[in-house]
Design a protein around this ligand. Structure first.
Ligand code: GRF
Length: 209
């Protein structure tokens, strides 16, 4: 049975597009059936429309608090029988309302070599700026399970590339996005949809046959 996936995205949605492309190439045993966005102007919404994916916009200001927002999201995820949640540039904080229901079934992509340059406020260009400021030799991206913290969950896949003397934060961001994120995120989703990665005792365990 194909796994039913929900993508959560607030931005351009190029990582969501990488998943759509991998699904269309039959690389992933799943389908994206719902997009959750915190931003009515997210490029990810246009991608959902182009690919006949249903979507909902949940802006924090429309709810009393984040838990109430997540309650509304949870109700909709249940309608769509969602198996896994993929955070792909989602700027909302996932509260225990969703975490408790989908423990070990929510993954995130972050554009740094976690635990470096992660945590609150580390989104967009900021992790890349931080990696350059720290004079790191390498940077990269990480796919991890989501827990109560920000960017602290068990790591599933991580890949790096060298930071070049000619790099600025924007060139680094672009190379990491294209050369790493768009590859490791579909790879992790493939593992998830084939039941080949599990969260066991707080660790991401990849299962071989
Ligand atoms: C990516 O860099 C991702 O790692 C981070 O947010 C960015 C989203 O980009 N979490 P896009 O919307 O997928 O193009």
């Amino acid at each position: 049975m194909k796994k039913r996936l929900a993508v959560f995205a607030s931005g351009g949605g190029t990582n969501m597009q990488a998943i759509i492309d991998a699904i269309n190439n039959n690389e992933i045993n799943g389908e994206i059936v719902y997009l959750v966005s915190s931003n009515p102007k997210a490029g990810a919404i246009a991608r959902a429309i182009n690919n006949n994916i249903s979507y909902g916009v949940y802006t924090l200001k429309d709810f009393e608090n984040a838990k109430m927002r997540d309650q509304a999201i949870l109700t909709d995820l249940k309608k769509y029988n969602i198996d896994y949640i993929l955070l792909a540039g989602y700027l909302g904080i996932v509260t225990p309302v969703l975490l408790n229901e989908y423990r070990g079934k929510i993954i995130n992509i972050h554009p740094s070599l976690l635990p470096k340059h992660g945590g609150k406020g580390m989104y967009g260009i900021i992790p890349h700026r931080a990696a350059i400021a720290a004079k790191e030799a390498f940077s990269g991206a990480t796919v991890h399970f989501v827990d109560e913290g920000t960017d602290t969950g068990a790591i599933i896949l991580q890949k790096s590339l060298p930071i070049l003397p000619t790099d600025d934060e924007y060139s680094l961001q672009e190379r990491i996005l294209k050369n790493i994120e768009h590859k490791i995120f579909p790879q992790a989703v493939k593992l998830l949809c084939e039941d080949k990665v599990k969260l066991i005792d707080g660790k991401a365990i990849i299962l071989e046959e």
